[in-house]
Design a protein around this ligand. Structure first.
Ligand SMILES: Nc1ncnc2c1ncn2[C@@H]1O[C@H](COP(=O)(O)OP(=O)(O)O)[C@@H](O)[C@H]1O
Ligand SMILES: [Mg+2]
Length: 377
């Protein structure tokens, strides 16, 4: 890399992420500079079913997984490459005008507590750079982990850059498959912190798929039709992850079907809508308790990620948080469905600007680090 100036030929970046829900590839085209962040285009592309299934299977160990992982790594990158080329033409942008893609990839294993720690994302960046002809920044988590961090969450630095407000404490909550919070004190001298709170939509999705055959609980209607189980909620809440002090991050390795079965063996004896209601409450309470037990004073709570579309969940969050207010980040200028994709575009800009992307107070890394490997066009 000859130097910053030549690495930043344009201010256009594309962010890509498929989260733990594996519902689709989120894409954002942004214009970014030291004092500017503007979203110019967004798009979500549903994953091909066989690709989704093969990546979901890789979330657990199984036969021949090294071969399957290598194949899915390239297949997902091809998928991302095609999606980028399609989107770019839809947005009416010239490929050569895009300075870089920031590609999070698809996490299939996140093991920050393993010895040694690791986190695996699919989406071979060489393939992505080759297919698109665009410089690709990827593998964002590895450097933070190498520096002793969790490698997650990585969105808080971006949240701080676009949502921090000197007039009020704020908390940004990203409710994807997992949920994470970023705590943004109005006092700019106070540190920004953040961590995963536990399940976002993942348990609700699993339950809805098993009981209703639909991918998720549309608007939370299933959960709304049930009652809270006062036995099930405290049982699920005994999970030690909820009481662990940050830094902490989690994934499908912990919160999955087996977790639910092990924690609540008699779950099938309850009315299914009561379970849906209780799983929604678990997500809501763990998020709100994490925020309200922090040092923030009556923070304004901003929600992003697919969970913001679950009207019942949003109501529960608002009720539990009161008098703090709950709104989606869309109201603050960034479409709640694309905040994470924007974050990875921003992180690519940080990498090419030779600026750190992690917050050591969040991840536990020994220091700020420039994140990601750079695959030049
Ligand atoms: N209309 C809706 N009603 C309820 N939940 C929704 C709705 N739309 C999306 N979701 C939830 O959002 C999830 C996807 O959110 P997303 O932020 O993309 O998660 P991830 O980052 O894990 O991919 C879906 O799996 C679903 O649980
Ligand atoms: Mg998603």
């Amino acid at each position: 890399m000859p130097g910053n100036a030549s690495a930043l030929q344009s201010d256009l970046y594309i962010g890509l992420i498929s989260g733990t829900s594996m519902d689709g590839l989120d894409m954002a085209l942004v214009s970014v500079g030291p004092a500017r962040f503007e979203v110019l285009g967004t798009r979500v592309v549903a994953l091909d079913t066989d690709l989704r299934v093969s990546m979901l299977e890789l979330c657990q160990s199984g036969q021949d997984e090294l071969h399957r992982l290598a194949q899915a790594d390239t297949r997902f990158a091809e998928f991302c490459g095609n999606a980028v080329l399609d989107a770019i033409s839809g947005w009416g942008v010239d490929t050569r005008a895009v300075n870089a893609i920031g590609s999070h990839g698809q996490t299939v294993r996140h093991a920050p507590s393993a010895q040694p720690a690791y986190s695996v994302q699919l989406g071979n960046p060489s393939v992505l750079a080759e297919r698109t002809g665009i410089t690709t920044v990827a593998d964002f988590r590895a450097r933070d982990i190498a520096a002793g961090g969790e490698g997650a969450p990585l969105v808080p630095a971006f949240h701080a850059s676009v949502f921090r407000d000197s007039a009020t404490d704020r908390a940004v909550v990203n409710i994807g498959g997992m949920a994470n919070v970023t705590l943004l004190p109005a006092d700019f001298n106070a540190p920004v912190t953040g961590f995963d709170t536990g399940p976002g939509n993942v348990l609700m999705d699993l339950w809805c798929q098993a009981e209703r055959g639909s991918p998720y609980d549309e608007d939370g209607a299933f959960a709304r039709s049930g009652n809270l189980s006062h036995d099930l909620l405290p049982t699920l809440a005994t999970e030690p992850f909820f009481r662990r002090q940050p830094p902490k991050s989690t994934g499908r390795e912990l919160f999955n079907r087996e977790w639910l079965r092990a924690r609540a063996p008699a779950i099938s004896e309850l009315p299914p809508e009561d379970v849906a209601n209780t799983l929604t409450e678990l997500t809501a309470t763990t998020i709100i308790e994490a925020i309200l037990s922090s040092d923030l004073e009556d923070p304004e709570i901003l929600v992003c990620g697919g969970g913001h579309r679950n009207a019942f969940l949003m109501e529960r969050l608002a009720q539990l948080a009161s008098p703090s207010t709950v709104a989606s980040t869309t109201a603050k200028g960034i479409d709640a469905d694309f905040v994470e994709a924007c974050a990875f575009a921003w992180l690519a800009w940080r990498a090419l600007s030779h600026e750190p992307g992690n917050l050591p107070a969040v991840t536990g890394a020994t220091g700020p680090r420039i994140l990601g490997g750079i695959y030049l066009a």
